[in-house]
Design a protein around this ligand. Structure first.
Ligand SMILES: [Zn+2]
Ligand SMILES: [Zn+2]
Ligand SMILES: [Zn+2]
Ligand SMILES: [Zn+2]
Length: 234
């Protein structure tokens, strides 16, 4: 696989792009995120019926275990469960055909943590969560706690997407131009990461697994025929 530049991502609050390593710091200082947090507090106070209460919110850094330029910064309510996180990961990255999944601490399949466990309990002893989707052609995702804060969530949902990696830049194996497609036959038959530009995707000779598929922003691309859409559920 070609050498890649440091992964960049985009802040969901202000749209600023920055390197993966700088995103955590940015999120603590982002003015638009601060405004969203203040608005959540103020709106709750203004409403006669208090629908939202303050709780511990968990900043989670999620990344693919092997392809670390796929990453997410999520803010999750401590009262929500691993099932909520599992649903989110399936929607934004993983879901192809309803495979089984599992969370564990201490490495893949080490100490299983049940889907009903609340985020607020899971990280009490520290450690990193591993999520496996599909026990055959597995996708392995790591979930690390970055920090916690007390406050009113900025969303009524279980999770807020704070930042996401930009699509990794890849070069066509034929000509080095920016790649837009992936050949599945190259991957399965030749064990080559067969990424292709528009032009070479058209003229590529392989078709046993269909035409080359468009690149999408997910670490599961091409696994078990996964083609996306890799959109956040909310
Ligand atoms: Zn920002
Ligand atoms: Zn599948
Ligand atoms: Zn090309
Ligand atoms: Zn090919």
């Amino acid at each position: 696989m070609a050498q890649r530049k440091q992964s960049k991502g985009t802040c969901a609050y202000c749209g600023k792009e920055m390197a993966k390593g700088g995103m955590t710091k940015h999120l603590t200082t982002c003015t638009q995120r601060q405004e969203a947090m203040t608005a959540a507090q103020t709106n709750t106070k203004a409403r006669a019926k208090k629908t939202e209460t303050s709780e511990t919110l968990y900043h989670l850094r999620v990344q693919d275990a092997y392809r670390k330029d796929y990453w997410l910064d999520l803010e999750m309510r401590g009262s929500k469960t691993l099932k909520d996180l599992d649903n989110y990961l399936r929607a934004i990255w993983l879901e192809c055909c309803g495979h089984m999944s599992q969370f564990s601490l201490g490495g893949a399949f080490a100490n299983e943590v049940g889907m009903r466990r609340k985020i607020g309990d899971v990280f009490q002893a520290g450690g990193e969560l591993t999520h496996i989707y599909d026990f055959g052609t597995s996708s392995e995702t790591l979930v690390k706690l970055v920090e916690t804060r007390e406050g009113i969530p900025t969303t009524s949902r279980a999770i807020a997407l704070m930042a996401r990696n930009n699509m990794p830049e890849e070069q066509c194996i034929e000509c080095g131009k920016p790649a837009t497609h992936l050949c599945i036959e190259c991957m399965y038959e030749d064990e080559t990461w067969g990424v292709l530009c528009d032009e070479h995707a058209e003229t590529h000779p392989h078709d046993s697994y269909g035409e080359p598929i468009p690149l999408i922003n997910s670490p599961r691309l091409g696994m078990c025929g996964y083609e996306g859409p890799a959109e956040p559920p909310y």
